[in-house]
Design a protein. Structure first.
Length: 403
């Protein structure tokens, strides 16, 4: 473990102070007042005592070394008949550091070693290490161990809480990234549905208008009006979707743009959608049963987009002359079916995607799955192509419907 120079100097200063204090107590204490049997301090006892104090340099980096050095010094000085002075306090401080930084099994072994050493000294009749002195020293060691172990447990709890907080923060960041990705995919699907449908109708009507401009100017004018209406609606919806990507909000959190966002289309707009497709020369029949779930806008929007994308592919790829849209709203689900009489095996018929880009049938399937529904597409039994989808209502809405 590498310490900063300031920390190293701090540890060295504490070690010098501890060694000096231990030596002063050893040399200046009136031994006859403590225990007349104690020997006067000599160079050996002074050196060992000073060494125990200097070993305090390890208190932060290697507390076990400090404990071992101070314990050995205390036993040696006491066994030689000298006054231990501050050595028991150094052993106590070292034991506390060991209990705070090492596992409990290791700190208990250190406690047992210290108690065994003092027990042996007391049993041998060493001066100043029997009776009350022995009991007070053992009690001090046990208290120091308990204090250090409590510090270790608290550090462990704090570390666990910090780890949990970091894990929660990482999970929150991942969830935010996932939500951002899903929102971008949702906006991409919406843009695809708006642009693909609008451009397809505009292209078809532009071709019809160019063909009729000289022979049937009234029908050509009607075709141009459809192009204008379709383009305006597409621009409004595109502007609304792109507004979701802007981050320019005012201090109140409201969008800074002064323009009103275009309302999202719903099941109620199917009639206008079908009328626009009819203008491209395809006879589209619409059958709607039940009331649209206006209180569940997600289902309404998905219904509109599924019908829109399916009819777009009929216009672009199916070579069909007729198409039928059936929508049934119930209290528990919305069922959708789009069929056409085009070439069923041709890539890109209703719900298909000729380029294989995944934005056609895959987008419809994802849209239904997001609402807990399902979508199936394929050749119809009587020819042509069929798209079927079921969009369930939220459980809260189903429970709210009286039986």
């Amino acid at each position: 473990m590498t310490l900063r120079p300031s920390a190293t100097w701090r540890d060295a200063l504490l070690a010098v102070v501890a060694a000096g204090a231990a030596c002063v107590v050893l040399l200046r204490t009136d031994l006859h007042a403590v225990d007349p049997a104690l020997r006067d301090p000599d160079l050996f006892a002074t050196a060992v005592t000073a060494g125990a104090g200097l070993s305090g340099f390890w208190w932060h980096t290697h507390p076990a070394r400090w404990f071992a050095a101070s314990t050995v010094a205390a036993v040696v000085v006491a066994a030689a008949g000298h006054y231990v002075g501050l050595l028991p306090w150094l052993v106590t401080a070292a034991l506390c550091a060991v209990a705070a930084r090492h596992p409990r099994r290791r700190s208990l072994a250190a406690l047992a070693t210290a108690v065994a050493g003092y027990t042996a000294i007391s049993a041998a009749g060493i001066p100043d290490n029997a009776g009350d002195a022995f009991l007070s020293t053992v009690a001090l060691l046990v208290a120091a161990w308990a204090l250090g172990d409590g510090v270790r447990l608290r550090r462990g709890r704090v570390a666990a809480e910090l780890h949990a907080a970091r894990s929660d923060a990482a999970a929150a960041r991942q969830e935010a990234a996932r939500a951002t990705t899903e929102e971008r995919l949702r906006i991409a699907r919406e843009l695809h549905d708006v642009v693909a449908h609008s451009m397809s109708l505009i292209a078809v009507h532009a071709g019809v208008g160019a063909h009729l401009i000289h022979t049937r100017p009234d029908q050509a004018e009607r075709t141009l009006e459809v192009i204008a209406d379709t383009s305006r609606e597409a621009l409004a919806q595109t502007r609304s979707l792109l507004g979701l990507l802007r981050d320019d909000t005012d201090s109140s959190g409201q969008a800074a743009s002064s323009g009103q966002a275009a309302p999202l289309p719903g099941a109620g707009g199917l009639a206008g959608l079908v009328d626009a497709v009819r203008g491209s020369g395809i006879d589209v029949t619409l059958h709607v049963h039940g009331e649209p779930p206006v209180d569940v806008p997600a289902v309404e929007l998905a219904t509109y987009r599924i019908v829109q994308e399916s009819l777009t592919n009929v216009v672009k790829h199916a070579h069909a002359t007729t198409a039928t849209v059936r929508v049934e709203h119930t209290d528990t689900a919305t069922s959708i079916e789009i069929t056409d009489n085009g070439t069923a095996g041709t890539a890109g018929t209703a719900g298909g995607d000729p380029a294989g880009s995944g934005h056609g049938l895959r987008g419809l399937t994802e849209r239904a799955a997001l609402l807990g529904g399902r979508l199936a597409a394929g050749p119809a039994p009587d020819g042509g192509f069929r798209v079927q989808a079921t969009l369930p209502m939220p459980a809260s809405r189903v429970r709210a419907v009286p039986s």
